[in-house]
Design a protein around this ligand. Structure first.
Ligand code: 13P
Ligand code: 13P
Ligand code: MG
Ligand code: MG
Length: 368
């Protein structure tokens, strides 16, 4: 029987501001999913958190985009929103953009990354959870995992990885998708995904046949909240799931790209470039200027549909230097104040009073 791993996430209220999730909400989410596990709706679950986002990590045998599983997540977020309202948490229900559930969580606010697979003899999986940034923040590290031989040694050393990988890329502006093959189309791929606010890696498939071609070996949530809502309602804080080992990047190769704190868009008011900071779930509490943006990595050994307990990878002191570097870059970027390239370029500004400011000055502009 195939196993499905679903991460479905939403921000339904920050504590305080946009910093963290109140323990009462995590408790509520745990109770809802425990009940669903008892009555067989899902096999196993882990309620995680990154910044102010609740990440429901669930295993089941119902496949991706399953109505029952999506409704479970939706109802769990609704129950958490009730708690958030009672506690007057900030932006209670922020990511729930509809009053009624319509069969699939997509387009309704929450983000999702789901993969279905026949369990191998051993199935190591990493769930990456981000806050204060957007789906394109995964482009660089996912490319490095599956396409950069200077990061993933297996691309050189493991003969079965020489066949390369298939990258499914979404154009989130034009609502189109394109599939590119590495290594031969590496430059075309990079030409697209370097433009990370528009082109985002959605899925990866292995070309070697060692893992069945139809099974995605990585999947990123690509939901664009602002596109759905038509206005800024919070960043699209993304998640991703990556399968590891035996013809795929080793666990350490999936973690290696994060030693470089690359610049991502998000941070304060979703309007600033800043360095990503890999950290433990406990430390994923963006504070300085609501940041810097965070990423958490939880490792699981999925067995017979069960998740078990995760290993919180970025707790490792080996990432201390990355965090230091991230703080240094954060300080450097902050000194630019309201100037680009710290502030996002005007066309990318999703939430500020910029349109209102321009409107106010409208009549004051005269021809040169
Ligand atoms: P307020 O304007 O409601 O303070 O919100 C600012 C903010 O936190 C943006 O998400
Ligand atoms: P979130 O998208 O994490 O809610 O953050 C919004 C924000 O404006 C932070 O300053
Ligand atoms: Mg928030
Ligand atoms: Mg958030």
């Amino acid at each position: 029987m195939k196993t499905t791993l679903s991460i479905i996430k939403a921000d339904v209220g920050g504590f305080p501001g946009h910093s963290s999730v109140h323990p009462a909400l995590l408790k509520k989410a745990g109770e809802e999913l425990e009940a669903a596990k008892k009555n067989g709706k899902i096999k196993d679950y882990f309620v995680a958190r990154c910044g102010d986002d609740i990440d429901l990590i669930m295993t089941h045998d119902k496949g991706p985009d399953n109505e029952e599983v999506h409704k479970l997540a939706w109802d769990t977020f609704l129950a958490c929103t009730e708690e958030a309202k009672k506690l007057k948490l900030y932006g209670a229900g922020q990511d729930l953009l509809s009053d009624t559930f319509s069969g699939n969580i997509k387009g309704m606010g929450p983000g999702s990354a789901e993969i279905e697979f026949e369990e191998r003899a051993s199935e190591p999986i990493i769930c990456f959870l981000m806050d204060k940034t957007e789906p394109g923040a995964f482009n660089l590290p996912i490319f490095r995992m599956f396409g950069d031989p200077f990061s993933t040694a297996g691309l050189v050393i493991d003969e079965s990885m020489h066949a390369g990988f298939e990258f499914e890329v979404y154009d989130v502006m034009a609502n189109k998708t394109v599939t590119l093959n590495t290594p031969e189309e590496t430059y075309d791929l990079l030409a697209l995904i370097g433009g990370k606010s528009r082109y985002v890696i959605k899925k990866i498939h292995a070309r070697s046949g060692k893992v069945p071609k139809e099974e995605a070996v990585a999947c990123v949530s690509t939901d664009k909240l602002s596109k759905i809502a038509g206005k800024y309602v919070g960043k699209d804080d993304p998640v991703a799931v990556v399968r590891c080992q035996s013809g795929l990047p080793a666990v350490g190769e999936a973690l290696e790209p994060w030693a470089f704190p690359h610049l991502v868009s998000g941070w304060m008011r979703g309007s600033h470039n800043g360095p990503i900071m890999p950290c433990s779930m406990e430390d994923a509490v963006p504070s300085r200027f609501d940041g810097p943006p965070r990423v958490v990595a939880l490792g699981f050994q999925v067995a017979n549909g069960m998740l078990g307990q995760p290993l919180d990878f970025f707790k490792d002191v080996a990432f201390d230097k990355t965090r230091e570097k991230s703080s240094e870059i954060a300080e450097y970027m902050r000194r630019h104040g309201p100037f680009e390239p710290h502030r996002l370029p005007s066309e990318d500004m999703e939430y500020t009073t910029l349109p209102a400011v321009l409107k106010k000055l409208e009549g004051r502009f005269t021809d040169l």
